[in-house]
Design a protein around this ligand. Sequence first.
Ligand code: GLP
Length: 240
Amino acid sequence: MAEIVIVENREAAGELVAAEIARLIRARPDAVLGLATGSTPLPVYEALPAELAGVDVSQVRGFALDEYVGLDPDHPESYRSVIRREVIEPLGLDPSRVRVPDGSLPGIEHHGDDYDAAIAEAGGVDLQILGIGTDGHIGFNEPGSSFASRTRVKTLTRQTREDNARFFESIDEVPMHCITQGLGTILEARHLVLLAFGAGKADAVAGAVEGPVTSSLPGSAIQLHPHVTVVVDEAAASAL
Ligand code: GLP
């Protein structure tokens, strides 16, 4: 059973998770962080510089969950750009120690295996930050994704493209495909920290935490993990 923490607002969630990450890095300077994108983890990234003041982060490693396929890597909404802007630069991490799946490689169908191998070589992810989509996706593992899946190319659902259109000029600009860590990859992290805010996430959160464990709601895979913390505001907890 996941530990559920209900907080007053996003800022409180950000501070709580940032404090946990800072504790981890103090104990293990070469900690491996699993980084998520989307709007949900932003309060964590905003709270981290203060929590990490005076902490040596030069050995910290990071692996992002996912990336769009076919978007220019320098596009401001590519996850490579987002991770650089929101995480690497403000925290002063070594950019060579933070990886984002490459959505522009010609041999992209083989890239997933290399990415998973790089995570394993780093010793695995210590703490994986997760958001959840309104359809219950984690990373970009849309409904129907196998719990055993590894990092691979997937097609985005219409719902996710609509949800993410707010980051682009229009839905037509949102890529059709992505490369995402698989559910099996994500479940290998030692600690999963799932955050969700707002009433729009309430059903997905309830399904993930206490619904049937089913690939129709990929977030329910967290019920198979022994160490999960779910940090939600009242609205996102309202269907629990
Ligand atoms: C995006 C990301 C996910 C994220 C989810 C929710 O598509 N690939 O990692 O958790 O959708 O996004 P948001 O946090 O903006 O609600």
